[in-house]
Design a protein around this ligand. Structure first.
Ligand code: F6P
Length: 352
């Protein structure tokens, strides 16, 4: 009986469970045995496995996080760690890795080193993976940010306050940019802009002055800041507070760091749907003997190939996806350029 092994790695993302469930159900229906690896690559090194029986995967797609648990494994980055992990995969026909950039890099190296077939599914709330228009978890994270900012705006309006809200997204400002639009923010700050602290303060002071001017008198001011911006949120807020009296005529400023709140919660319907569809297609990739690939959702990447089982899903070589992801993170990829261009254009409109 062929065997599919599934693991989740790196930061958890809502929707990972939907991938596990769909891949496991489809594999079982084709007569495969499905084994889950607990605790990401750490569990692979230690040999922590669980049979993904129908009872185990029942209803898991409704839950946030990952039922297999996850980890950022330092040991798997070593040759010895990977060799130890490979010993536990004897007889396994394909390893399905659900995770982000680091996890899929690990999958590529591991697969090549030990001749183990690997298939990847992109999961990261940051939307920082190339060759897929969306990664699993992004939509839920955005909805969580919108809900949090709506709440913050209720209290902000009651005091005519300005709020600086930090959202997750280590090296990628996508969550900040997209949520700024969805929350009608007055300004958005993200790492890719490459602005100095002085520039940020000058711009934000301009937004605050305009917002509280006698002719405008906004009910609230919302500034969304990506976690990756080098200046800390606390220090930015402290600097802005120093000039609030002068710039706003007495309004106050508060800040909130949403942190891991953004990563938790039940997956949105969209994350359940793309999770299930990617899980289904991932098993078919394994069934068809594909190796060293990731599945993309509505990718426009020219190297990606249609999946045949789902017209919205493409197969992309891991190697290519990882180099494109690097370009996304260093700001040279057309997708990053397009995101920055779009937000730069609307930035003049946001504070009006
Ligand atoms: O990669 C997803 C992410 O949530 C980032 O947005 C964030 O910077 C990071 O993970 C936090 O990682 P950890 O949970 O290990 O602190």
């Amino acid at each position: 009986m062929p065997i599919l092994s599934i693991l989740t790695s790196g930061g958890d993302a809502p929707g990972m469970n939907a991938v596990i469930r769909a891949a496991a159900k489809t594999a079982s229906a084709h007569g495969w045995r499905v084994i889950g690896v607990e605790d990401g690559y750490n569990g692979l090194i230690e040999g922590c496995f669980v049979d993904l029986t129908p009872a185990f995967i029942d209803d898991i797609d409704r839950e946030g996080g990952t039922v297999l648990r996850s980890a950022r494994s330092a040991k798997f980055r070593t040759v010895e760690g990977r060799a130890q992990a490979a010993r536990h995969l004897t007889g396994v026909d394909c390893l399905l890795v659900i995770g982000g950039n680091g996890s899929l890099t690990g999958a590529k190296i591991f697969g090549k080193e030990h001749g183990i077939r690997v298939v990847g599914v992109p999961a990261s709330i940051d939307n920082d993976i190339a060759c897929t228009s969306m990664s699993i978890g992004v939509d839920t994270a955005l909805n969580t940010i919108v809900e949090a900012c709506d709440r913050i705006c209720d209290t902000a309006r009651s005091h005519r306050r300005a709020f600086l809200v930090e959202v997750m997204g280590r090296e990628c400002g996508y969550l900040a940019m997209a949520s700024a639009i969805a929350c009608s923010a007055d300004a958005v700050l993200f790492r890719e802009q490459g602005k100095s602290e002085e520039q940020l303060i000058t711009e934000l002071r301009g937004v605050i002055r305009h917002s509280y001017s006698a002719t405008r008198m906004k009910k609230r001011v919302l500034i969304i800041k990506a976690e990756g911006v080098e200046v800390s949120t606390a220090s930015l807020a402290a600097k802005l507070e120093e000039t609030m009296q002068e710039d706003s005529g007495g309004a106050t400023l508060r800040y909130t760091i949403l942190g891991h709140v953004v990563r938790g919660g039940r997956p949105s319907s969209f994350d359940r749907i793309i999770g299930s569809r990617l899980g289904y297609a991932a098993f078919h990739a394994a069934l068809n003997g594909l190796d060293q690939i990731m599945l993309g959702w509505r990718s426009e990447d020219p190297v990606s190939q249609p999946s045949h089982v789902d017209r919205n899903i493409q197969y992309v070589p891991l190697e290519h996806m990882l180099s494109e992801t690097q370009r996304m993170l260093d700001g040279t990829h057309p997708v990053t350029r397009a995101r920055i261009d779009m937000i730069t254009k609307v930035q003049g409109v946001l504070p009006l």
